[in-house]
Design a protein around this ligand. Structure first.
Ligand code: SF4
Length: 360
């Protein structure tokens, strides 16, 4: 299939079946396109929509985002995962204010040099909001191009990636770039899906190499599988009863590493280490420690099991809120970023306490 035929068919399909009512598609600006593109990395559209709307309501401009405290940004990101995206978004907004007067630069290279923005995201921002002639190559596009043109090999290897970029460049038309960009993302997300692609509904079906040879499951090539590791840790829930209600000690996690910059109860290698730390930093627990149901969480390369241990401490032992520590009141929580599993754990504790209140 020629590149012109590919683009023409895609645009005709988009006119009938493409998504045109996503919140970031109305009044597109580089800022709106950027936030949506970052949120959509590794995350489904349906999950992103409410996060996007809350984020935009709170930070309607680059300036509002740049001026916000990091905790507020992470708070609105809590639950979306891959928190480096939120930290980069915040850092990027500051750079845009300092170096570009709050506007996105015109050139692809300048956009690509901003924190957290790779070549494909930079191209998507400029194509979707300004109609600039740049090709994108996200996961959906890699899948569509690999299948239609029969490009074999692991798309994360440099040689295959180079072939895919060349194909993406050649397919991107000079006109209607914004529609084409949205269309190829939509085709990958809704028709040419990872498993069970809907080839009978696809505009490429007659000429698609994968469809003609029955190799949809083999294209794109598979990544070499890394052996999954698992880790285990103890989570110390040091609880005190303050005048604001039951509160749990949280620490801000280091910027690098998992859940960087988010707030979480302190983690230890063992329960003994956790209790020794509690005695040293807070005080002797007033009651015997209580083991709560473990939390299982899957990261990209490993599984984490956290064993929460709750200890009730005396009010007088509440350490001061300084040096990256805070007492998190369960009933009126502060607006800080929490990892999703910690958020779910606190929800569970809150519900259990409500039940305990109601049942005499
Ligand atoms: Fe994907 Fe099937 Fe369309 Fe080929 S015909 S692009 S495999 S949905």
């Amino acid at each position: 299939m020629t590149h012109a035929l590919f683009a023409g068919r895609l645009l005709r399909w988009f006119a009938v079946s493409g998504r045109k009512n996503l919140p970031w598609q109305s009044a597109p600006t580089p800022y709106r396109a950027w936030v949506s593109e970052i949120m959509l990395q590794q995350t489904q559209v349906a999950t992103v929509i409410p996060y996007y709307e809350r984020f935009m309501a709170r930070f309607p401009t680059v300036q509002a985002l740049a001026d916000a405290p990091a905790d507020e940004v992470l708070h609105l990101w809590s639950g979306l995962g891959y928190y480096a995206r939120a930290r980069n978004l915040h850092a990027c907004a500051k750079r845009l204010m300092q170096e570009h007067g709050g506007e996105f630069p015109e050139s692809l290279a300048a956009v690509e040099s901003l924190p957290g923005i790779g070549r494909s995201t930079a191209a998507a921002i400029l194509a979707l909001s300004r109609g600039r002639h740049h090709a994108i190559l996200d996961g959906n596009v890699k899948r569509v191009l690999s299948r239609v043109f029969g490009i074999e090999g692991d798309p994360s290897t440099p040689a295959t990636l180079m072939r895919l970029w060349a194909q993406a460049d050649a397919c991107t038309p000079a006109q209607r770039v914004a529609d084409y960009t949205q269309a190829i993302m939509d085709l990958g997300a809704t028709v040419c899906t990872r498993s069970r692609p809907l080839c009978t509904l696809c505009p490429m079906t007659e000429d698609c190499v994968a469809a003609k040879t029955g190799r949809q499951a083999e294209l794109p090539g598979r990544k070499r599988k890394l052996a999954r590791k698992s880790r285990e840790a103890t989570l110390l829930l040091a609880q005190v009863s303050l005048n604001t209600g039951q509160s749990i000690l949280l620490e801000r996690r280091p910027e690098s590493g998992i859940w960087g910059g988010l707030w979480s109860p302190p983690q230890f290698d063992s329960e003994d280490d956790a209790l020794a730390w509690c005695r040293r930093e807070i005080g002797e627990p007033a009651q015997a420690p209580e083991a709560l149901r473990p939390i299982e969480h899957a990261f990209t390369h490993f599984d984490l099991r956290l064993n929460p241990v709750r200890v009730q401490c005396a009010e007088s032992d509440a350490v001061r809120e300084e040096g990256g520590r805070l007492w998190y009141t369960l009933r009126s929580p502060p607006r800080v970023g929490l990892p999703q599993p910690i958020k779910a754990l606190f929800e569970r504790i809150r519900n259990d306490e409500e039940i305990a209140w109601r049942v005499p």
